[in-house]
Design a protein around this ligand. Sequence first.
Ligand code: V47
Length: 374
Amino acid sequence: MQLEPNFEDQRLLPILEKVRTGERLTFEDGMALYRSRDILAIGHMANIVRERLHGNTTFFNVNRHINPTDVCVASCRLCAFGKKARDPKAYTMSLEQVWEVAGKGYSEAATEFHIVGGLHPELTLDWFCQMLRGLKQRYPRVHLKAFTMVEISYLAQRQKIGIRETLERLREAGMDSMPGGGAEIFSERVRRIICDHKIDGNEWLNVARIAHQAGLKSNCTMLYGHIETADDRMDHLVKLRSLQDETHGFVTFIPLAFHPDNTPLQHIAKTTGFDDLKNIAVSRLMLDNIPHIKSYWVMMTPRIAQVAQRFGADDIDGTVVEEKIYHDAGATTSQSLRRGDLLRLIQAAGREPVERDTLYRPVERTETAFTVLV
Ligand code: V47
């Protein structure tokens, strides 16, 4: 029996009809969703799609973030993490430190290292290849999800070789897939203000396209809650959807709320729970060809990330262990959650937790070991 929802915003009813029949939503539909305050109606529709795709499952993983350096040649106004090399607070790990840090700080074996960092003017492609090789040697069963499209473009430019060759060399050294960061928002007007030193939106999409064509999977993100408009958000989502029609290489979309503290944009108010849930729901409804929507607990707080599991999200990210990018920007969440904490959050939301590897294969775990079930 299908329950008839009681929509406060009757203008959303034609969208409900499309959701029910699986018809693709248009840019204008997306704008109607962003304009509406009927969060329960929007969440209800996103939940229909989420349950159609993933039933009652919520995915999580046991992962560790590694940020080899915060030295960055760019000075993006959105960022509190990047530092100039001369800054006494800046750090760059040695290869040995990266390999050592990778093994620290969690009680259960991680299945994924999430590796991103600043655009360091001296670390070479060869250094990063050595880093990956050393990680694979020491942790052969751990998936290396490494380098944003922005880092790839910078490494290629410094090495004076193409994107494809840069990716091939990193892949040969052990890179298994790529995270979704650095996309920010594709609008050039906004990028000029929040991240004018970064590659433009087209180049981000172009690197993603080349990576996918080379057989690499990646995630994608959108940074919201700064100076962008609803039009900018919709434009970003529709561009990701178009590329995905072409390549099918995106695995997960992660909406990222801007954290203003310690950035030159710290006068901007933080996003609210309402906005965070709406972005999860709207992205689930618009990105009909991207399999997973992640509510990243570090950014949203565990509480909102949990509720998001009923507003379109099917993933809550992982144990993380050591998070720097959001914590430098004033995040008050803890740096790490234990596997048991994630299980409790998911179960309390009435969802069934499934531990996954990076590519969403289920993981079975005993006290000391894990097996990826293919
Ligand atoms: O690339 C930087 C953003 C990203 C700030 O792929 C900021 O599974 C908010 O991409 N406030 C890093 N955001 C995080 C990221 C990510 C996280 C979890 C999972 C995955 C995945 C990817 O955070 C950066 C940038 O887009 N960022 N500074 C800030 N002040």
